[in-house]
Design a protein around this ligand. Structure first.
Ligand code: AGP
Length: 607
C-alpha cells in the first residue's frame, strides 16, 4: 500500500527511482509520480495507472541526481494525476512523498487556506509541503520538524528541497522507511526490496525519528533534534525477489514454493525423537508455558484464517482454551485482556495497521503479546519484541499463499511446544512432530499431481455465486479459499461452516450452483457428507477436496480433487493447495491481473 523511493548520489536518479517503484508494485497502488531536483528547480511528472506509464512519461527526463518518487493507493481523493504524489508547496520548490494518513488534515487545510494557500489536490498529504514552506527559513531540518509538530496521524515522508540539492529529509511515525547506504549514494524506500539491488547496508528508521540523508551518508535524529547512534544492519540477499524463477506470476511461484517455505519454518524447531518443539524467539521456559491459561490469535484476512486454524489446534492438542480474533474488531471493542492469556499477533508483513493497533491495545492493558510474523524487523516484530518468524521468504503476490501455510505451520510448532508441557504424552508428541515433519513431502506430492483444476475452473468461472464449506479445521480453509477466489477472480462467493448450511445459505443453492466442499478424512467427515447430500438434492455441482482413497466422497462429487492422507491438525496445509490453484487458474481464465488484483494492497498500513 503506497510505495516510497528516494535517491541521492552522483548518477542519474530517474532509473533508480522508477525501478524502485517497480519493485514495490506488489504492494498495490493506482497512480505514480516522481520529482527531481533539476536545474535549480523541481521537475515533476505524475501518471495514473501502472509504473510502466510513468516510466514512459519520464523516459526523456533530465539527468538530475536527487529525487523522490511514489506509488499511491487512494485514500483521500480519487485516482487522478493531481492527487498523485509528490505534492509541492506553492512556490514549487519543496516536494513531499508520504505514506500514511494525516488525521487532522481538514483543520490544517482550513487554517492554511485562511492564510492564502491554494491547494491543488484533495489529498491529506498536500498539507505537508505547505506547512513545511510556512516554517522554512533556509533550514530544511527545522522546517520539517516544526511542520511535523502540527501533524496528527501516521506518516513516512521524504522531502526534497530545490534550495538544498545536497540532502533529502526523511521522517517516520507509523509508516516504515529504510535508508540504504551505498558507495557515494543513498537510496530511501518504504520497502527493503527497493534498496537491496543497490546496497545491503541499511538503517531502519524508528517511529518519531527523522534522518538527514546525503549521498552515502545518513544522520538520524529524534524529533527533539538530538543526533542518535546509527544502527546499520545488513539485509538478507533473500530480499531480492525480482525473479519469478520461470513462473508466469509470483502467485504461482509462491504456491509452488510451499514445500520449501514450510520446511524453512520447521527447520531446527522440531525434535522428532523427543516429540518436542523449540521456538527460541518466544524466550519461554516450560514454567512460563504452563502459566498460560488462554491463547488468543489476532490477525486480518489470510492471517486471521491461519490464526483460526492455529487456535483450533492449540485447543485440541494442548487443551488450552484458544480462539482467534479479527484485529480490526478487537482493537475497538474494549476487550477484557486477561493477564494469564498469551496473545499471538499473526501478520505476514508485520505492518498491518489493524493488527498493530490490536497489539498496542493489548500492551496498553498489560497483556502479553508476541508476533507470528514473516518480515524480519517489521513494526509488529519490533513492537512485540518476542515471537516466531515464519521464514516463508518474501511474499510478493498480493494474494497470500505461502505465508498462510507457514503461519499455520509456526502455530502448530507452538502448539506442540505448549502441549508437551501439558497432557501430551511422549508418543503423541512424537506423532505430532512426525506429522509436521512430513508436511513438505505431502505438499510436494500434491503439487506434482494437483487433479482436475481445469475442470473446476470451467464450472466456477461463469458462476453467479460459489459456496465454500468445511467443518473443524476445514472451516478456516473454506474461508481462505473463498477469499482467494474473490481477490484473484473477483467472483461472488462466500464460505460457511457446513453445519450452518441449513440456517440460511442453502437458500442460495439452485441447479448448477458450484459448491466447493473441503472434506478430508477426519472425525467431521460424516457430518460434511450429510451436508453434501443436502446440497446435491438441490442441484448443486459438488467439487470435493477429499482424502486420497475416499471413494465415497469421490463418487458423490461432480469433480473430485484428492489430497494426501494427513493428520487432521495439519490438513489445512494440504487442503488449501487446490483452493489456491483454483483461484489462480480462474483468475487467468478471466484475464485478471494476478499479482496486482484491483483495489488491493499487499501491506495494509492504513485502517
Ligand atoms: C491475503 O491474500 C490478503 N492479501 C490479506 O487478507 C492479508 O492477509 C491481510 O491484509 C493481512 O496482512 P498481513 O498478514 O500482512 O498482516
Amino acid at each position: 500500500m503506497c510505495g516510497i523511493v528516494g535517491f541521492i548520489g552522483s548518477r542519474r536518479a530517474l532509473p533508480v527511482l522508477v525501478e524502485g517503484l517497480r519493485r514495490q508494485e506488489y504492494r498495490g497502488y493506482d497512480s505514480a509520480g516522481v520529482a527531481l531536483v533539476s536545474d535549480g528547480g523541481m521537475w515533476v511528472r505524475k501518471t495514473t495507472g501502472r509504473v510502466a506509464e510513468l516510466a514512459r512519461a519520464v523516459a526523456d527526463g533530465p539527468g538530475g541526481v536527487v529525487g523522490i518518487a511514489h506509488t499511491r493507493w487512494a485514500t483521500h481523493g480519487g485516482v487522478t494525476v493531481a492527487n498523485a504524489h509528490p505534492h509541492l508547496d506553492s512556490l514549487e520548490r519543496i516536494a513531499v512523498v508520504h505514506n500514511g494518513i494525516v488525521e487532522n488534515e481538514r483543520a490544517l487545510r482550513r487554517a492554511l487556506q485562511a492564510e492564502g494557500v491554494v491547494f491543488r489536490s484533495e489529498t491529506d498529504t498536500e498539507v505537508l509541503p505547505h506547512l513545511i514552506r510556512k516554517f522554512y527559513s533556509g533550514n530544511p531540518t527545522d522546517a520539517v520538524l516544526r511542520a511535523l509538530e502540527h501533524i496528527r496521524g501516521t506518516y513516512g515522508i521524504v522531502v526534497a528541497f530545490a534550495d538544498h540539492p545536497e540532502m533529502l529529509i526523511v521522517a517516520r511515525n507509523g509508516s516504515p522507511l529504510v535508508c540504504g547506504i551505498g558507495d557515494g549514494e543513498t537510496v530511501i524506500a518504504s520497502d527493503p526490496q527497493a534498496v537491496v539491488e543497490h546496497t545491503r547496508r541499511v538503517v531502519y528508521l524508528q517511529d518519531r525519528e527523522m534522518a538527514i540523508v546525503r549521498a552515502g551518508e545518513v544522520e538520524v535524529r529524534g524529533f527533539d533534534g538530538g543526533v542518535l547512534d546509527l544502527n546499520v544492519q545488513l539485509i538478507d540477499a533473500d530480499y531480492d525477489v525480482a525473479n519469478r524463477e520461470g513462473f508466469p506470476h509470483f502467485m504461482l511461484k509462491e504456491i509452488h514454493e510451499q514445500p520449501r517455505s514450510i520446511r524453512r519454518c520447521l527447520l531446527g524447531r522440531i525434535q522428532r525423537e523427543d516429540g518436542l518443539a523449540k521456538l527460541g524467539g518466544l524466550s519461554m521456559k516450560p514454567r512460563d508455558l504452563v502459566a498460560i491459561q488462554r491463547v488468543i490469535t489476532v490477525g486480518c484476512g489470510t492471517s486471521f484464517h491461519a490464526g483460526m486454524a492455529g487456535a483450533m489446534a492449540i485447543e485440541a492438542l494442548a487443551r488450552v482454551p484458544a480462539h482467534c480474533e479479527i484485529a480490526s474488531e478487537y482493537r475497538y471493542r474494549h476487550p477484557i485482556i486477561e493477564r494469564d492469556a498469551l496473545f499471538l499477533a499473526v501478520s505476514q508483513s508485520g505492518e498491518t495497521a489493524d493488527t498493530l493497533g490490536a497489539v498496542q491495545e493489548i500492551q496498553l492493558k498489560g497483556g502479553q503479546v508476541m508476533g507470528v510474523v514473516n518480515v524480519v524487523g517489521s513494526t509488529i516484530a519490533r513492537t512485540t519484541g518476542r515471537g516466531v518468524y515464519i521464514h516463508s521468504g518474501p511474499e510478493v503476490a498480493v494474494a497470500s499463499t505461502k505465508a498462510f501455510t507457514s503461519q499455520v505451520t509456526a502455530l502448530l510448532v507452538f502448539t506442540l511446544m505448549l502441549a508437551r508441557t501439558r497432557d501430551l504424552s511422549l508418543p503423541r508428541g512424537q506423532a505430532v512432530a512426525a506429522a509436521l515433519d512430513s508436511v513438505p513431502e505431502h505438499v510436494t506430492h500434491y503439487l506434482q499431481n494437483p487433479g482436475p483444476i481445469d475442470q473446476v475452473v470451467e464450472v466456477v468461472k461463469n458462476a453467479r455465486y460459489v459456496l465454500f464449506m468445511g467443518r473443524g479445521y476445514s472451516y478456516p480453509v473454506a474461508l481462505e479459499g473463498a477469499l482467494k477466489l474473490k481477490e484473484i477472480a473477483y467472483l461472488p462467493c462466500e464460505a460457511y461452516a457446513s453445519g450452518e448450511m441449513k440456517h440460511g445459505p442453502i437458500a442460495m443453492i439452485e441447479e448448477g450452483t458450484p459448491v466447493i466442499a473441503i472434506v478430508p478424512m477426519d472425525d467431521q467427515r460424516e457430518k460434511t457428507l450429510s451436508n453434501l447430500k443436502e446440497v446435491e438434492a438441490r442441484g448443486a455441482r459438488i467439487i470435493a477436496i477429499h482424502t486420497e482413497g475416499d471413494e465415497e466422497i469421490a463418487a458423490l462429487a461432480d469433480i473430485a480433487i484428492a489430497i494426501p492422507a494427513v493428520a487432521d491438525f495439519v490438513s489445512p496445509l494440504v487442503t488449501v493447495l487446490p483452493l489456491q490453484l483454483i483461484a489462480y487458474h480462474t483468475g487467468i481464465a478471466l484475464g485478471r491481473d494476478i499479482d496486482k488484483p484491483r483495489n488491493l494492497a499487499k501491506s495494509v498500513t492504513v485502517e
